[in-house]
Write a protein that binds this ligand. Structure first.
Ligand SMILES: [Zn+2]
Length: 189
């Protein structure tokens, strides 16, 4: 079945990049994007400034507006210094790769110090590991298995995760977003 790009489908696929009040993305990974309807609602509620627009228009009987492609929050959203301990954030800390061999597929989690040895389920004892490494290590400590994580697990800051997120740009980037993304990554690399 062929895919027909109708004006409606185009609008649905026109998300707005959301910047914080400092004009940096609210989030890099996943990239902070709002559906066009949410973006327009925020515009009408005066919660955001329109920074850039698509050519695409939406019409109502009384109004024609172009869809925003980049918006900035009027009020700065302060993020916590430390992110939540979640599976996603842990993978992001470890760059979605096995802490033992660097593999990027078949990822799971490893208690570096096994639970049977008193190892906690925490930022400082869980590493991303591929299933083969996880099975090979089994219930052994790093010394017993002679398998040491390339980097000992640590509690990341939100800043660190945000920097890691910049390493994973999404597949689709509208050209109007480019001024607000990844610049510092390019400068540093
Ligand atoms: Zn591995």
């Amino acid at each position: 079945m062929g895919v027909h790009v109708t004006p409606h489908a185009e609008r649905v696929a026109s998300p707005a990049l959301v910047l914080n009040a400092d004009y940096r993305p609210l989030s890099y990974f996943p990239l902070s994007l709002w559906h066009w309807q949410a973006a327009l609602k925020a515009v009408f509620l005066d919660k955001v400034t329109i920074v850039s627009e698509y050519d695409t228009e939406v019409r109502s009987p009384s109004l024609t507006v172009r869809l925003p492609s980049v918006i900035a929050l009027r009020d700065y959203v302060r993020r916590p210094e430390y992110p939540a301990f979640t599976r996603f954030n842990l993978f992001l800390r470890d760059h979605f790769s096995c802490s033992y061999c660097g593999a990027k597929e078949d990822l799971t989690f490893d208690h570096v110090i096994p639970r049977a040895h008193g190892g906690q389920t925490s930022w400082t004892n869980i590493s991303a590991a591929c299933a083969p490494c996880n099975i090979r290590k089994g219930g052994r400590s790093p010394d017993e298995a002679n398998m040491h994580p390339r980097r000992w697990p640590h509690r990341p800051t939100t800043h660190e995760l945000n920097a890691n997120g910049q390493l994973f740009p999404p597949n689709y980037l509208h050209e109007s977003w480019r001024d607000y993304l990844y610049w510092d990554t390019e400068l540093e690399s």
